[in-house]
Write a protein that binds this ligand. Structure first.
Ligand SMILES: [Zn+2]
Length: 212
């Protein structure tokens, strides 16, 4: 239980695999994300998942910085998003119940995301692919995180008929996730850039704003 409530400390994984041509050409779109590993995942699993979701967003032209969590309340930290990896099962929502993104109804930027480990485990147990769980888990988790981040960065309440923003993932999506090919569509990438651009233009980060 010692990992419970432990704040994972990781710095941005900036190494990328090509991706959106806009990066490095004048536009600097960033989101700062805190991951709170309350689910007891091994550090390597969370680090792998962050690498995966960071790459997905890099392909959309956005650099994700995984912020080191300081001591004290998260609301003092001024990040854009807070991702809680939870041991609990959520109610039925998100991709097979794996995640949930909370969006304020008053127009303020949302920041809170939950990922439910039991539902992620259930997808893993579905034996969609004949690959080791240890190899699939970080990739699956990373894409679940990217999907939920997508909801707070341009795709509020919207799901797609294919790809990363589908409401339900089956073998095809799990396979693409494993191959690192489950991505946002071009249209979604544009929405993400618009949303991140708007956030970056604000004089505060969403989590800071929440405590005011
Ligand atoms: Zn969703």
């Amino acid at each position: 239980m010692k990992a419970l409530r432990k704040w994972l400390v990781v710095v941005a994984a900036m190494a990328g695999t090509g991706g959106y041509a806009g990066i490095g050409k004048g536009e600097d779109l960033r989101v700062v994300v805190i991951i709170n590993n309350q689910a007891g995942y091994a550090d390597a699993v969370v680090a792998g998942a962050m690498d995966v979701s960071g790459r997905v967003f890099r392909q959309a032209g956005v650099l994700v910085t995984w912020q080191e969590a300081a001591e004290g309340p998260v609301y003092d930290q001024g990040a854009d998003l807070l991702i809680n990896l939870a041991r609990a099962a959520g109610t039925v929502m998100g991709i097979e119940g794996t995640g949930f993104a909370a969006a304020p109804v008053d127009g303020r930027p949302g920041y809170l995301i939950w990922v439910f480990r039991p539902a992620v485990d259930k997808v893993l147990d579905g034996r969609w692919l004949p690959v080791p769980r240890s190899a699939l888990l970080p990739k699956l988790l990373g894409h679940v995180i990217a999907h939920e981040m997508g909801h707070l960065l341009g795709m509020n309440r919207k799901h797609a008929s294919e790809g990363l923003m589908k409401a339900n993932w089956h073998k095809a999506e799990i396979q693409l996730a494993y191959q690192g090919k489950l991505r946002f569509s071009e249209d979604e990438c544009e929405k993400i850039r618009l949303a991140v651009r708007a956030r970056n233009a604000l004089p505060y980060r969403a989590i800071h704003e929440e405590r005011r």
